[in-house]
Ligand binder design. Structure first.
Ligand code: ZN
Ligand code: ZN
Length: 392
C-alpha cells in the first residue's frame, strides 16, 4: 500500500548522551537531538498485518498536526524540530478516523462497518505507570505516526482497545463530515487532558487565555467556551486563525506582535489577572513569561505546546499568586475520549468549521508543506479521496 513515509538519519548531536534504552530500541527520546536530514515522501510500504486483537481500518480522514510540521521543518543544523519520542522510517499521521474492514480472531467490541477514532498512544497496560493509571506516561510506549506506522496511508491495523466508536458524531454531522470531525478527537483530547485532567479545569466564570490558536489551541478555546469560561482571550499571529477563534467563542483575539499580552490581560481583568492559561503555541520561552505576569490568585498555566527549550520563570510570582504550572502530554485514559466524543456529538463543542483544506494521499507532502504557513485551521488528508485536493 501507499503511505506518507518520513525517513531520517540517526546521528546524535555531539552534546546528546544516547541512553542504553535508546540504543536497544532504536527510539530517540529527544527526536530533535538525534534525527538528521529528514526526507518525506509518499511511497510503497508493506500492508499491515492484522493480529488477533487488531482491527484493520480503512483510513477515512487524518489531520496534519503541529508535530508533523515539526518533522518536516528542521533546525539550523538540519535536525527535525520535533523534540519527542520517535523512530524512523515510519508512516506519519496520528489524528484520524477509520472504517473497520476486518477484525482479528479475538476482537469482541467491533465489527466490520464500524467507524472509529483511535488513540495515538499505544500504551502497554503492563508497566508501572500504566498499572498506576497513567497510560500517558507508559514506559513501553509506541506512538502511531511517531515510532510505528500511522494513518497517512490507505490502511492501518491497531488493537481494538485503542479504538473509540464515533457513531454519535456521525449521527450529528453525517458520515462524510462526521469522519473529519471524528478525526479531530485526538488533538481535542490532548487539550482536554491538559485542561481538565492534568490542570483540573477552572470554575465557570473564570477568565481563560489561550496562547497559540492552531488546532490544539482552537480546541482548547472551544472547550473553554463549552465549560463556561467568563471571558476567553486568544493570542495568535495568523489572521485566519484569529477569525476561526472568534467564531468558536473567543471574546478578544490579538496578534501578540501588536500588543503586550500581559498588559492586555491585566487591563481586561481590571488587574485581577487570568485564572486559567493555556500554552498551545509551542514557544513557552515567549508565552510563559507573559502569562506569569498576568496570573490571578490561584491562577493556572497548562503547558501543551512542545518545545526543546528552557523557559525563564520567575517563581516568586507563583508563590505570591498561589499559582500553579501544569505539564501535560497525551490523551489516553481518564475518560477523556468518551467525554470529548460526547461533547462533540452533543453539538456543545463544534470544531467542524476549523477544517480549512483537504488533500488526497498522493498530495500528502504538499499538505504537510502547507501547514508550515501556520495559517490553516486543520488540514485533512483523506486517503480514500481520488485525485487532487481540495482546498475550501
Ligand atoms: Zn498531533
Ligand atoms: Zn505501559
Amino acid at each position: 500500500m501507499k503511505g506518507l513515509v518520513l525517513d531520517a538519519q540517526w546521528k546524535p548531536k555531539a552534546d546528546y548522551k544516547v541512553s542504553d534504552w535508546e540504543k536497544q530500541t532504536g527510539k530517540a527520546i529527544t527526536g530533535n537531538s538525534v534525527w538528521y536530514n529528514p526526507k518525506l515522501e509518499v511511497r510503497e510500504w508493506p500492508d499491515p498485518e492484522v493480529g488477533v486483537h487488531d482491527v484493520l481500518l480503512e483510513i477515512q480522514a487524518c489531520g496534519v498536526c503541529g508535530s508533523d510540521m515539526h518533522f518536516y521543518e528542521t533546525d539550523d543544523q538540519d535536525y527535525i524540530l520535533y523534540p519527542g519520542l520517535t523512530k524512523f522510517p515510519t508512516i506519519l499521521g496520528h489524528e484520524f478516523s477509520g472504517k473497520v474492514v476486518e477484525v482479528g480472531k479475538e476482537v469482541t467490541t467491533l465489527v466490520p462497518g464500524d467507524y472509529v477514532t483511535v488513540e495515538e498512544m499505544i500504551w502497554c497496560g503492563r508497566c508501572i505507570p500504566c498499572r498506576n493509571g497513567y497510560p500517558n506516561h507508559c514506559t513501553n510506549l509506541e506512538e502511531l505516526g511517531f515510532t510505528i506506522p500511522g494513518a497517512f496511508a490507505r490502511y492501518l491495523a491497531v488493537d481494538e482497545k485503542f479504538c473509540w466508536n464515533v457513531d454519535a458524531i456521525l449521527e450529528r454531522y453525517g458520515v462524510e463530515r462526521g469522519l473529519e470531525v471524528a478525526a479531530m478527537s485526538e488533538p481535542t483530547c490532548v487539550s482536554y487532558n491538559a485542561m481538565f485532567e492534568r490542570a483540573e479545569g477552572f470554575k465557570p466564570g473564570h477568565f481563560v487565555s489561550v496562547f497559540g490558536l492552531g488546532p490544539i489551541g482552537l480546541a482548547a478555546l472551544g472547550l473553554a467556551e463549552a465549560a463556561g469560561a467568563g471571558m476567553i482571550v486568544g493570542f495568535e499571529i495568523s489572521p485566519q486563525r484569529r477569525e476561526l477563534a472568534r467564531a468558536l467563542g473567543a471574546d478578544h483575539v490579538y496578534d501578540p506582535r501588536d500588543v503586550v499580552p500581559h498588559e492586555v490581560l491585566l487591563e481586561l481583568s481590571h488587574g485581577a489577572g487570568f485564572d486559567f492559561n493555556v500554552e498551545a503555541a509551542g514557544v513557552p520561552e515567549l508565552t510563559v513569561p507573559e502569562m506569569e505576569k498576568a496570573l490571578a490568585i490561584n491562577g493556572k498555566i497548562s503547558q501543551i505546546g512542545r518545545a526543546a527549550q528552557h523557559v525563564p520563570m520567575y517563581l516568586e510570582t507563583f508563590q505570591v499568586r498561589r499559582a500553579q504550572f501544569y505539564g501535560a502530554q497525551g490523551h489516553s485514559g481518564h475518560e477523556t475520549f468518551p467525554n470529548v466524543i460526547r461533547m462533540v456529538a452533543s453539538g456543545r463543542l463544534d470544531l467542524s468549521s476549523i477544517v480549512t483544506s483537504r488533500y488526497g494521499l498522493e498530495d500528502a507532502v504538499e499538505a504537510i508543506a502547507k501547514s508550515i504557513d501556520r495559517a490553516d485551521g486543520k488540514i485533512m488528508v483523506k486517503p480514500q479521496m481520488n485525485g487532487r485536493n481540495g482546498n475550501n
